[in-house]
Design a protein around this ligand. Structure first.
Ligand SMILES: Cc1cc2nc3c(=O)[nH]c(=O)nc-3n(C[C@H](O)[C@H](O)[C@H](O)COP(=O)(O)OP(=O)(O)OC[C@H]3O[C@@H](n4cnc5c(N)ncnc54)[C@H](O)[C@@H]3O)c2cc1C
Length: 394
């Protein structure tokens, strides 16, 4: 693997840096980045939407897509560079669920009619998506889902409940899985739907443990949806979800954000005195910071390796699971250590005049735990590494 960027990639990176550096300046008061914070307040959502519109105009929401759907046919590495730079500057603007989950599934499996209907609207940032997969009794074992879709003429009628649906309260569209055939083995009776959110769908807030509104419960009550809104074939939804994993999966975003956090924290340690000495001179603090610098570099190199493997046409379930596992657990350890180093100051919430970094790490200690669960838990990632990476029995 060649770790150097090509001159074209360097130029692209500079263009991204120039853009995101400027956009960061427009962040609302107290903004500290993170994938889920766009959903937490009107100001954060407005910031996200305004950047999304600019990114759409530049064609940067669909960098790897085929040109005929508005994309630029960039490689995984170029998508990674975009994700890295955007996350480093903590700028929102990308509907992860739209660009990175449903769009690849549509590209891979949907009819031409659906592609023409949905892809340009995603590229133009006209619509906001949420993901209705998990249910109260179907998370890691997603194929156990029980939301039912029953055929009725040209429609399906949907009944059931989804849970932990991130951003459903801001979204206007949902992609979801429902059981169309309960008589066959569980993976074979599931269908993948895309829909606007309208009558028949009820959204109720679920507050995360830090009291913020990021995810929701979603109820389908006799919700009618046209058969045209099926992605792929009826009963093939499981395979459509698998096709959707065909996007940049290196987790570079969370690595880049924490890298920036570390850089800022190092400056804080140089400026902050404890017992008359700068924190930066405290041997324990120095060692902790050195450990994170090292682990972040490992995570970053691994992310580039995953993207490089993908760019060679490899499916990378074990490698991307390792990236997800390592970077999400690293983020949790990082947040906890920052609070530990700051002592009681670290436990103060945003709003306290004594809080450092606007209470970021008190919040991050709680929020980061969710990243070890969302999109597949740490244990699920380890199972995939063991099974597909190490070839251990299932
Ligand atoms: C912040 C956040 C955002 C989310 N956003 C969305 C969203 O937008 N849309 C959506 O559909 N879902 C979303 N989810 C749900 C997420 O996908 C599920 O929480 C996740 O898949 C785990 O499922 P579960 O909560 O049912 O836990 P369970 O699957 O019940 O797991 C409970 C515990 O058992 C362990 N476990 C389960 N099976 C095994 C096994 N085979 N081997 C070893 N250990 C196992 C798990 O690792 C976990 O520790 C979100 C979750 C979080 C935390």
């Amino acid at each position: 693997m060649d770790f150097r960027l090509t001159p074209e990639q360097e130029a692209l990176k500079s263009a991204f840096e120039e853009f995101f550096k400027e956009e960061e300046k427009r962040a609302p008061e107290g903004w500290s980045g993170g994938m889920f914070s766009i959903f937490e307040s009107e100001e954060n959502w407005a910031y996200h939407r305004s950047v999304a519109e600019k990114l759409a105009k530049k064609g940067w929401l669909c960098l790897p897509w085929p040109k005929k759907y508005g994309g630029q046919e960039h490689s995984y590495i170029e998508q990674l560079i975009f994700n890295e730079v955007r996350a480093y500057y903590r700028v929102p603007g990308v509907d992860m669920w739209g660009s990175q989950i449903v769009a690849p599934s549509i590209l891979e499996c949907a009819s031409e009619e659906l592609k023409q209907e949905w892809l340009p609207r995603i590229a133009r940032a006209e619509i906001n998506w949420c993901q209705g997969w998990s249910e109260p009794n179907a998370g890691s074992d997603l194929a156990s889902l029980t939301t039912r879709a029953v055929e009725d003429g040209d429609d399906f009628v949907i009944n059931g409940q989804k849970i932990w649906t991130t951003g459903a309260h801001r979204a206007d569209h949902i992609f979801f899985l429902a059981r169309t055939d309960p008589t066959v083995p569980k993976h074979k009776g599931i269908t993948y739907f895309v829909s606007e959110i309208r009558e028949g769908i009820t959204i109720r807030p679920l507050l995360f443990m830090h009291s913020k509104h990021e995810y929701n419960e979603v109820f389908f009550d006799d919700f009618r949806i046209s058969k045209k809104n099926v992605v792929g074939q009826v009963n093939q939804g499981w395979y459509v979800t698998m096709a959707g994993i065909n996007f940049e999966r290196s987790m570079i975003g969370s690595v880049a954000e924490v890298k920036r956090d570390l850089e800022e924290f190092i400056e804080f340690c140089k400026e902050t005195k404890r017992n008359g000495q700068p924190l930066a001179k405290d041997p324990l603090t120095r060692h902790k910071l050195a450990e994170f610098a090292l682990e972040l570099e490992v995570a970053r190199q691994w992310a580039y390796y995953v993207a490089w493997l993908q760019s060679k046409g490899n499916l990378v379930p074990a490698e991307s699971s390792a990236a997800k596992y390592f970077s999400s657990e690293l983020t949790v350890r990082f947040a906890n250590t920052m609070v530990e180093i700051m002592g009681l100051y670290g436990t103060l919430k945003a709003g306290s005049k004594w809080a450092k970094f606007h209470g970021k790490y008190e919040d991050m200690c709680q929020a980061s735990l969710g990243t070890t669960i969302a999109g597949g838990t740490t244990e699920t990632m380890k199972n995939i590494i063991a099974w597909m990476g190490l070839k251990l029995p299932r």
